[in-house]
Design a protein around this ligand. Structure first.
Ligand SMILES: Cc1ncc(COP(=O)(O)O)c(C=O)c1O
Length: 487
């Protein structure tokens, strides 16, 4: 763990108080980068969060580089060099994180042309990008084919025909993968209601279409099963897919690849998860399955982890702006972030309770229940409900934990509020901004471009007015009245 730079020997009982605070608020999964300084202020990689919010204002996301890299390396260690790993861009598409994925030896799983372009901007080669989604336009296919991506996934029979027909128009062959819904059910887990993939009973029909089309270079299969609760679900899907591969082999249709997608667990709040290390035996299990089924052609296995790499590396810092007493045992804390603009997953997965920590009062015990309300004018905008917190007041700092995945990418401009910046913190405590706050000009552009209701000067006038340094005006006023003397 990184030592806090503000640990002073003259502070009595500091170590004990810090240990108490850490035990009270800090879960094991954050211990390698989170601590508390002598004031009870949360530190990330040794940097007190009040320093971070002073520099970047709130709300702000902090992404912890060491945690992300460690997670990339854990996957590499578990799956070895023989299994291809493709980071799922959708869960956090920041260019700096994509660059880290490349440095750590990952390829990319892209779900749109936009994500393919981001991959190219992060210096991936087109052959390192696979393109998997449910529908693409002719324009999308043209672009992906012209770029030469690794493969394009057909999610339905219609999608497969669409790929074949577009390839014919382009007079080319498209490297194509068929996405399968294996229709498995195991304990509480089932893919039967999933929207992804071609249902098992139609798969061989799709295979025949792909294998017979001169415009389809049929490569293999893909499976994405949503959230994986146990290693058994992966084993179970692998069994079904290996049977399909065997059937293809019998029909003399060669298969080269099998992707078993993402969905590796990563806990939010007190959810439980199994560590990726529980899959250490999977590569051997898969090889045994192939051997037992008599599959003799080599199959390139692929995984596409997303949230399990970045979720726990994200901390969302906000300020408390109000504390309203609803009942003597229940308070409404208003933060300057929201579910819409900052932690949208809190709204999407309403059954999940995010950990919100009292980042500037880590020495204070939990004394009463609070609901943390977001700052938008919408009554559903509650970041978390019924969590025990210390007494908080306006100006205190809150840390929304586990916001590294599906937060920055889902955040929107509801209430015409700017989305927050993202700061990367290195292991040595240096900070690097990797995304700035939105600008009004870019938020309004899609309407102003077509409605032509304002010219750039008009927009600039409002922008400049907004950006005026209120502090300077205030101090200036004070001097005039003689009130700010000595300040
Ligand atoms: C095709 C595909 N691969 C990978 C992922 C990543 O999943 P996760 O972030 O749960 O690992 C997704 C997520 O929806 C997906 O659709």
């Amino acid at each position: 763990m990184t030592a806090s730079p503000v640990e002073h020997s003259h502070v009595p009982h500091f170590s004990r108080r810090r240990r108490l605070a850490e035990n009270r608020y800090i879960r094991d999964r954050w211990r390698d980068f989170l601590s508390v300084d002598h004031r009870g202020m949360m530190t990330i990689e040794g940097v007190p969060v009040d320093r971070i919010v002073k520099k970047y204002s709130t709300p702000v996301y902090v992404m912890v580089e060491s945690k992300i890299r460690r997670n990339f390396r854990r996957f590499k260690k578990v799956f070895g060099d023989k299994i291809k790993l493709q980071y799922a861009v959708k869960c956090n598409s920041n260019l700096q994180i994509l660059r880290m994925a490349r440095e750590e030896g990952f390829e990319l799983d892209c779900s749109s042309v936009g994500e393919i372009i981001l991959g190219l901007l992060a210096d991936f080669k087109p052959r390192q990008l696979s393109y998997t989604n449910l529908y693409k336009t002719e324009q999308d296919l043209h672009f992906a084919v012209k770029m030469g991506v690794q493969s394009i996934t057909a999610d339905s029979i219609e999608d497969l025909w669409h790929i074949a027909e577009t390839a014919k128009k382009l007079r080319t062959q498209v490297r194509t993968v068929i996405r399968v819904n294996p229709m498995i059910e195991i304990r509480n887990y089932s893919t039967k209601g999933n929207k992804y993939g071609i249902p098992l009973k139609q798969v061989m029909e799709a295979v025949e279409i792909a294998a017979k089309s001169p415009f389809v270079d049929f490569r293999g299969f893909h499976f994405m099963g949503g959230y994986i609760y146990s290693p058994w679900t992966l084993r179970s899907s692998a069994r079904v897919l290996v049977n399909i591969i065997r059937e293809c082999q019998d029909r003399k249709i060669p298969i080269k690849t099998l992707s078993l997608g993402g969905g590796f667990p990563a806990a939010i709040g007190d959810q439980s998860e199994f560590p990726v290390e529980d899959l250490t035996s999977f590569p051997k299990y898969f090889q045994r399955l192939l051997d037992r089924s008599g599959v003799t052609i080599p199959i390139q296995l692929i995984f596409e982890p997303g949230k399990s790499i970045v979720l726990h590396a994200g901390v969302g810092l906000m300020h408390v702006v109000a504390n309203k007493e609803i009942h003597h045992r229940n308070r409404m804390i208003i933060a300057d972030g929201s579910t819409y603009n900052f932690i949208p997953d809190a709204l999407v997965q309403s059954e999940v309770r995010y950990d919100i920590l009292p980042a500037s009062k880590m020495f204070s015990p939990r004394v009463h229940k609070v609901t943390v309300g977001g700052n938008t004018c919408d009554c559903w905008d509650l970041i978390t409900k019924g969590i025990e917190m210390p007494k908080l007041e306006a100006g205190d700092i809150l840390a929304g934990m586990d916001v590294g995945a599906y937060a920055q990418v889902l955040a929107n401009n509801f209430n015409t509020i700017k989305r927050a910046p993202v700061v990367l913190i290195h292991e040595n405590g240096t900070l690097k901004q990797i995304r700035r706050r939105d600008r009004y000009s870019e938020m309004f552009a899609p309407e102003l471009d077509v409605l032509k209701m304002a010219d750039p000067n008009e927009l600039e006038y409002y922008n400049n007015l907004y950006r005026v340094n209120i502090d300077k005006i205030w101090k200036g006023q004070g001097k005039k009245n003689g009130a700010a003397k000595g300040k």
